[in-house]
Structures are given as structure tokens and as C-alpha cells.
Design a protein around this ligand. Structure first.
Ligand code: KIV
Ligand code: ZN
Length: 500
């Protein structure tokens, strides 16, 4: 069995999703969890793209050990210099440089001849080699390139020193048989391919990223690129968890070994969703809330008789609990802690009293407390408020266009109250908060959903605001939907301090 290297690009390609901007602290938190998951390479960002990205890559390179830290560049000397600087303190640095290779990209985007593209690529790899041994070359839009040209450029960048060659299906255009055939073609026709690892990088525009990646692995690729929950440009990247578990389920089919701590998958997925504000659909393979739920009587009967009648993966293997413990106000601290640890919340000893007090409030309101409620409870607990908390709020509404709100905020120990009218109660609340906080932000998006069952379900609000040209996401959870909305808004406002 050959080793399949897992290359996580949640912090780079994943962050390119519409509406996601992560600050250094958030990226580091995700990076730490990726180390726990056991990925081999973390692509931490594109350092030349912004000072914020430079800082994130630099911090991650300094803080995370035992894993390769990679930075993306264009095939441009300045990008490579900046990337090398950001990676300076990495234990295992990798520069990921490259250029587009399809006819349409070369002619229309780059305005370069194929020969010029080859020269630029070789120059970039050689330049990156001056800084690091480990240089990955990406041939952007490889799946729409001409094969002879692709073989030629890949051969030349390997001669120039590339240790990994990335063959992206940049626009998610391939089918599994085309993509597998492309990788096999490179295995058979690039004369020096034994000196480099072939990497696969697929996008999900036609919903085939997982299938294409598996086809690429069967054909000989030894590095898989993707993101947690499949986030990324447009329809996203390959979901790492899907490919990993497909291999886990039928290892013999793929002939590769993956060194991943699968029990951390659920916790990683939740963390990425919580920090990015991108919800995981309930029906999402492997990590969706319903991925291991059985609804129909026939299925339930089958699973109770023998789990594998309808379950191809033991939920515990990916970090979901198998047993359903129903918590209520009668449950003690110990049961709550046990359940939270099963759900992946560790090291909660110090805050257990405070969590338990909020849990009892919730249990009094709801009767039974489900796993979704606990995630919401914990999501809220971890939110930064930068010295801001909501002390009181009230809303009145006489038709959508005639609403008013009052709110009292504690800001750095001082109480401030204000009121505002608005087009609906949420608008009035946000305006009242604005009058207190006084920051020039623009509301870009607001979404509210229920995160558990019953009429006492928790409301989970997500707010996206624009501040100094950056999007900032905030989340709030409460049984009161107005409080959830205000919490999300205050949470987003508190994060704008990273941009000041
Ligand atoms: O999809 C793509 O081609 C990429 C490259 C920059 C690696 O993300
Ligand atoms: Zn990509």
C-alpha cells in the first residue's frame, strides 16, 4: 500500500468561499484541530494576497509543528519571496506555486504563449527552490489542458525541482473516468514522474469532486487536496472527510493507506462550520446531522437487529456518538460533561459550572435537551464578545414596517441603553445596537434557523457585516430569536476589532 498524503486547504481554497473571512486567531484554531485530525499538509493561505493572510501563514508556520505548512503563490517572484518570508519559522515549509495551463486560460487570462507559460513555471519553481526543498507546482485548469503540453510542462517543472505536481480540475469539469485517465496518462508518460508525488485537487461544480478524487487516487495519485465540509470557491472543493471515509470503507479498492484520526472528523467539521458561519446541510455525507439517523420503521428495525444492515460506517469511527442519552433538568453535571466530551468538547473542567447553569436554564425551558441544543450551547459559550454583552432587550412590533426596540449593552463594564425604530423588530434591534456601538458597518446578510426540535427550539442566527471592506461573521444562539439575532450582531461587531 502506498501512503496517501492528506493536504488540507480549508484555510486557503476553503476561505475563498463567498462570504468567509477568517482572522489569524480563527485560522489558528482550525489549524490546531487539523493537526489533531492528523492531516499531513496544511495550506495556510496565500501570503502575498493581503497583510492579513501573510500574518496568518506566519503565525501558523510558527505555532503548528509536526505538519507541513504550505503557502500559495502565483508564478511570480515577488509572491514567492513573500511566501518564503511567511514560512520562515515553519518546521516543514512548502511553497505551492503554479500557473494556468489550459488554452483558454493561457490565451485569455494570461495572454502568454504555451512556451512562455513553461518558462514562467520553470523560473518560479527554481526561484522557490532557493528558499525551500519542498516545492509543489500546480497546473491550474489541468483537466482542460492539452495532454502533450501538460506532460511537457510537468516534466520540466520536475526537472526544475518540483517535489509535488498538482493536477487540478479547477472548474469541476471532469468526469471520474476522464480524471482517472488523465492521472494515469501522466503516470505513464512523464518520464521523471518517479521523482515527484502527483496531487489531485478537484472542485465540485458538477457534484463529482469526491468521485473524481477517488478516480485520481486509483490511477496513481498519492496526495489528496480538499477542505473540511467541502467549502471553497463556487460549489466548493472535494470534501476531505468523504474521500477519507470512502477509502476507509473499501481500502482494497484504492491501494492506499491514510493516516487520519477519523474520530476527530465530526469535531473538525463542527469547528469549521462554527468559525466560518457556513452551515453543514443535514443530509451532507459523513458530517451532516442526519448522516447516521434512521427515520423509517423498516430501517430502524434493521439497524436494531444488526447495525450494518443500513449503516456502512460506525458513527463512532467519525466521532459521532452511537448512544442517545437524553439530557433533562434532572441530569447532573457528570452526565452533561460526559455527553459534551462524547460530542468532542474537551477541557471544559474550568467552565463546567457556568455551562451547567446555562444548561439548566435551557432544560427548564425545553424539557429534553438534544445534541443540537448542546452544540448551540457550546457555540454560544465560545463566542468572543470583547467586553460586550447584552443585559436586556425588548421589541415591539405593529406590522413589519412599524417596529421598535430597546437594548442595554454592557461594554467594558459600563451599561449603555438605547432605542430605535426599524423595518421589523430585527432591523430595529440592530439599529439600537448601532446607536450604542457607533461603528460604520454595513449589514450584508442575516439568517435565522432552528437548531433543534419542538416549539421551544433554539434559534441560531448568523449575521454578516462589512467593515473596512472585509466581511465579518457573527453567530448567536438562544431560545429567544430576537436575542439570538442581537447576540449574532454583537458578536460580529466585537470581531471588527481585528480590523482596527
Ligand atoms: O483550483 C485550483 O486550480 C487551485 C490552484 C490555485 C491550486 O486552487
Ligand atoms: Zn482550487
Amino acid at each position: 500500500m502506498r501512503k496517501l498524503y492528506i493536504f488540507d486547504t480549508t484555510l486557503r481554497d476553503g476561505e475563498q468561499s463567498l462570504g468567509i473571512t477568517l482572522n489569524v486567531k480563527e485560522k489558528l484554531a482550525i489549524g490546531r484541530q487539523l493537526v489533531k485530525l492528523g492531516v499531513d499538509i496544511i495550506e495556510a493561505g496565500f501570503p502575498a494576497s493581503s497583510p492579513g493572510d501573510f500574518e496568518s501563514v506566519k503565525t501558523i508556520a510558527k505555532e503548528l509543528k509536526g505538519v507541513t505548512i504550505c503557502g500559495l503563490t502565483r508564478a511570480v517572484q515577488k509572491d514567492i519571496d513573500v511566501c518564503a518570508e511567511a514560512l520562515k519559522e515553519a518546521e516543514r515549509p512548502r511553497i505551492h506555486t503554479g500557473i494556468a495551463v489550459s488554452p483558454v486560460h493561457m490565451a485569455k487570462k494570461l495572454n502568454k504563449t504555451p512556451q512562455e507559460v513553461i518558462e514562467t513555471a520553470v523560473r518560479a519553481v527554481k526561484h522557490a527552490k532557493k528558499y525551500v526543498h519542498d516545492v509543489e507546482f500546480y497546473a491550474e485548469d489541468a483537466s482542460r489542458s492539452e495532454r502533450d503540453f501538460l506532460v511537457d510542462i510537468i516534466t520540466k517543472v520536475i526537472d526544475a525541482g518540483a517535489t509535488v505536481v498538482n493536477i487540478p480540475d479547477t472548474v469541476g469539469y471532469s468526469t471520474p473516468w476522464q480524471y482517472g485517465d488523465l492521472i494515469a496518462h501522466l503516470v505513464n508518460n512523464v518520464r521523471n514522474i518517479d521523482r515527484a508525488i502527483i496531487s489531485i485537487h478537484c472542485h465540485n461544480d458538477l457534484g463529482m469532486a469526491t468521485a473524481n478524487s477517488l478516480a485520481g487516487i486509483r490511477a496513481g495519485a498519492s496526495q489528496l487536496e480538499g477542505t473540511i465540509n467541502g467549502i471553497g470557491e463556487r460549489a466548493g472543493n472535494t470534501s476531505l472527510e468523504e474521500v477519507i471515509m470512502a477509502i476507509y470503507s473499501q481500502k482494497a479498492l484504492y491501494g492506499v493507506d491514510v493516516n487520519i484520526n477519523t474520530r476527530e472528523i465530526a469535531a473538525t467539521s463542527r469547528l469549521v462550520s462554527r468559525i466560518t458561519g457556513v452551515a453543514v446541510p443535514n443530509h451532507k455525507a459523513i458530517v451532516g446531522a442526519n448522516a447516521f439517523m434512521h427515520a423509517s420503521g423498516i430501517h430502524q428495525d434493521g439497524v436494531l437487529k444488526q447495525r450494518d444492515t443500513y449503516e456502512i460506517i460506525d458513527p463512532e469511527v467519525v466521532g459521532f456518538p452511537r448512544s442517545m442519552i437524553v439530557l433533562s433538568a434532572r441530569s447532573g453535571r457528570h452526565a452533561l460533561k460526559y455527553r459534551l466530551e462524547e460530542l468532542g468538547y474537551n477541557n471544559i473542567e474550568d467552565s463546567l459550572d457556568e455551562i451547567y447553569a446555562r444548561f439548566l436554564n435551557l432544560a427548564d425551558l425545553k424539557g429534553e435537551v438534544f445534541d443540537e441544543d448542546l452544540h448551540a450551547l457550546m457555540g454560544n459559550a465560545g463566542k468572543e464578545v470583547n467586553g460586550m454583552s447584552i443585559k436586556q432587550l425588548s421589541v415591539t412590533s405593529h406590522g413589519a414596517a412599524n417596529a421598535a426596540a430597546t437594548i442595554t449593552l454592557e461594554v467594558n463594564g459600563e451599561l449603555y441603553s438605547d432605542a430605535a425604530c426599524g423595518d421589523g423588530p430585527v432591523d430595529a434591534l440592530f439599529k439600537a445596537v448601532d446607536r450604542i456601538v457607533g461603528k460604520p458597518v454595513q449589514l450584508e446578510d442575516f439568517a435565522l434557523k432552528s437548531v433543534s426540535r419542538g416549539s421551544e427550539a433554539m434559534g441560531d442566527a448568523t449575521v454578516k457585516i462589512r467593515y473596512k471592506n472585509s466581511l465579518v461573521v457573527g453567530r448567536g444562539v438562544s431560545t429567544d430569536i430576537f436575542e439570538a439575532s442581537a447576540l449574532a450582531y454583537v458578536n460580529a461587531l466585537s470581531k471588527t476589532r481585528y480590523l482596527d
